[in-house]
Design a protein around this ligand. Structure first.
Ligand code: ADP
Length: 443
């Protein structure tokens, strides 16, 4: 259990690649924070700086009130679960979970207690005698998490722990992690590129792009009040529709105009925010989420033609051409409706409510409802680099331990470098191959 404070943290690799900058965040004790963003935006680097696996170039990091910039990983009281977890194939689940504690010379009785408690939390008690080979991908991932739980860390770090699982297992493990979080009383920082994982797991989400934090907020905040066009497009599925529209101020009232035919007054809440920011009439990027568009017969609506309709079970996603764009409209279905396909070219009209319209600055993409200081400008393009794409996970992996094939008994003592805080190193498949992968299960 610990709070964390990251203050203007910056990471520059090899004096050239700026991976993270101006990263400031206060994380409360027991909070679940998710770092999310596209590949290369600096999520893992941030997590690895917290773990102590990467030096912090500038800025300060506090864990539980203690400045830890130069504290080695093993002394930070942190546990980390990676995407490329690996279990010892020749050990049972019990021994895999117990191994780190044995290395630390915990008494047998304490080890047994901790292993059984972790197994209980993860619902793998009946698997304790099995070898990893006899487990599904999801069960193996639970064992990897169990290994981290028994250490009872102050902070639990997870770097894309589910991305090696297939979609069904991923969904299942996502809910397992929600349950785990309720049972394990600790602070979590979780890295993912998947916005659904971020939305479902995080108390707060940190959305990153090109090394810069774009917005920090609860799932509701980032969904309903995206700070800029990038966040608006990244969070929410299907993606937000963005139109070239116009914001019109008439005294204290604001309207958005679209397609020369539609004029909708914004909600009172939005009008107040815009008034506070002194926003005047201007062209805008108008963002409308697919689920906030409604089909209508009214005249105050955008004319469109259906391109394709996708039956999703509980809703139909109708793709239409309107205002020279592909637009998606989500139409929820009741249990009586079949959602029959709508023929190509069918004319439809759609409208929206003033509370659903998001107005963004045409030049910067900033949400006009935010005062300028609060909404980060889009990150500048990162400088071009000739460096080969790094394989960060390799750096924390010591010499291959264990061998990918069952080792002969007795088990040789693995080499555990002091600089690595987790005595069970992660072994990337590219280095060892995953000795347990079964067809269709992983990778
Ligand atoms: P993410 O986790 O969001 O995919 P990373 O934190 O891994 O992003 O990487 C952020 C940026 O830093 C990327 O441009 C990446 O190429 C670069 N990078 C990561 N690790 C290294 C490294 N060891 N050396 C040089 N550049 C690196």
């Amino acid at each position: 259990m610990a709070d964390l404070s990251l203050r203007s943290v910056k990471k520059v690799y090899d004096n050239t690649v700026v991976a993270v900058q101006e990263f400031s965040l206060e994380i409360a004790d027991k909070e679940f924070i998710v770092l999310v963003g596209p590949s290369g935006c600096g999520k893992s680097t941030t997590l690895r700086m917290v773990a102590g696996l990467e030096d912090i170039t500038e800025g300060e990091l506090y864990i539980g009130g203690r400045k830890v910039n130069t504290v080695p990983p093993k002394d930070r009281d942190i546990a980390m679960v990676f995407q490329n977890y690996a279990l010892y194939p020749h050990m049972t689940v019990y021994d895999n979970i117990a191994y780190g504690l044995k290395l630390r010379k915990f008494p047998k009785r304490v080890i047994d207690e901790k292993v059984r408690e972790a197994a209980e939390i993860l619902d793998i008690t009946e698997l304790l005698k099995r070898k990893p080979k006899a487990l599904s991908g999801g069960q193996r991932q639970r064992v990897a998490i169990g290994r981290a739980i028994v250490r009872e860390p102050q902070v639990f770090l997870m770097d894309e722990p589910l991305s090696n699982l297939d979609a069904k297992l991923r969904n299942q493990m996502r809910s397992e992690i929600i349950k785990l979080r309720q049972k394990v009383n600790t602070t979590f920082i979780y890295v993912t590129h998947d916005q659904t994982e971020a939305m479902t797991l995080g108390d707060r989400i940190v959305i990153m792009r090109d090394g810069f934090v774009q917005q920090v907020g609860t799932p509701q905040e980032v969904f309903h009040h995206p700070a800029n066009l990038f966040v608006a497009g990244f969070i929410g599925t299907p993606q937000m529709n963005v139109f070239d529209g116009r914001l019109v101020r008439e005294g204290s009232r604001y309207f958005v105009e679209l397609d020369g035919t539609v004029r909708i007054e914004l909600s009172a809440e939005k009008e107040e925010r815009l008034r506070k920011c002194g926003v005047e009439t201007q062209p805008v990027k108008l963002g409308l989420r697919p689920e906030h568009l409604t089909l209508t017969d009214s005249g105050n609506a955008v004319c469109a033609a259906v391109d394709v309709s996708e039956m999703m079970g509980s809703a139909v996603h109708i793709h239409v051409s309107a205002c020279g764009k592909d637009v998606v409209i989500v139409v929820p279905l009741s249990e009586e409706e079949d959602g029959d396909a709508i023929p190509l070219g069918t004319p439809v009209r759609f409208t929206f409510r003033g509370s659903a319209a998001h107005v963004f600055d045409v030049e910067t993409g900033r949400n006009l409802e935010y005062p300028i200081a609060q909404a980060p400008e889009p990150a500048p393009e990162p400088p071009p680099t000739e460096l080969p794409a790094p394989v960060p996970v390799l750096e924390q992996v010591p010499e291959p331990v264990p061998a990918p094939v069952p080792a002969p008994e007795p088990i040789p003592e693995p080499v555990i470098p002091q600089s690595v805080f987790d005595p069970l190193p992660e072994i990337p498949p590219e280095k060892l191959g995953d000795p347990f992968a079964e067809d269709g299960e992983e990778g």
